[in-house]
Design a protein around this ligand. Sequence first.
Ligand code: ADP
Length: 275
Amino acid sequence: MKYFAGVDIGSTAIKIVIIDDKERIVGSKVSASGSMFYKYAKENYETLLRECGLRKEEVCYLTATGYGRKLFKEADETISEITANAVGARKAGMAFGTIRTIINIGGQDSKAIALDEEGNVSNFAMNDRCAAGTGKFLDVAAAKLEIDAEELGSYHFRSKGVPLSINSTCAVFAESEIIGLLGNEHAKEDIVAGIHYSIAKRIIRLAKRVGLNDVIYFDGGPALNSGLVAAIEDELGRELAIPENPQITTALGAALLAKEAYDYSEEHVENRADV
Ligand code: ADP
């Protein structure tokens, strides 16, 4: 059996996926990026190999993607996260139908990608200039509310009133706005719902720039936040397609592209031998 790896080094988390030659996921790992992300990526890759009972030599090709990809020396190839995300979404979202729009919220950026009928990227828009509408914004807000980012979903669904409006578009100002709302004795639940609706509105505005066609696929770590998912679906008036593990879509895409690159090179070596 041959194996292929995709490593997505994001600003917040490192995601690694290993697939076999039937394109089945044999193992995956998510860990914090930290300041020495290239070192952690290598260590986590080696740990995942051990967990999967694989030797490094059994992985025929490794493709790296994400913000830190260029510093990951183990990679046979690097690829943009837009391409890797699209390829991963096509595979992970297959059960939902033809994916035409991808909404991705990462640790420090958010993007919308439009795909044509064949699944090729036809357009994309990105916000990587400020933390508003990103995972960082949610992490900072959760810390201010003294709750874990993983708890945001349950707080959202316990909100009883109208979600509070969070007007600041800048994460720094939003932080003071949250402190102000807490000072005025607003419930954390209503503040959380307000934050989710404010991010939902921002990401929909971004997605409208590339065109919002069904099926709309949502991925990245914040897609694990059920409250944010509900707010986006509510604002859109449509359901989102979300895979079981939305944080690893781009790493999966990189692993699939690794297999494609390897198969292509093997085919060409064979063809040369035929001549
Ligand atoms: P990047 O690729 O930019 O590093 P990710 O797609 O890995 O970003 O997303 C990181 C973000 O995901 C974190 O900032 C965090 O807010 C969010 N996140 C991760 N796991 C969860 C979870 N279980 N529930 C809610 N949010 C989560």
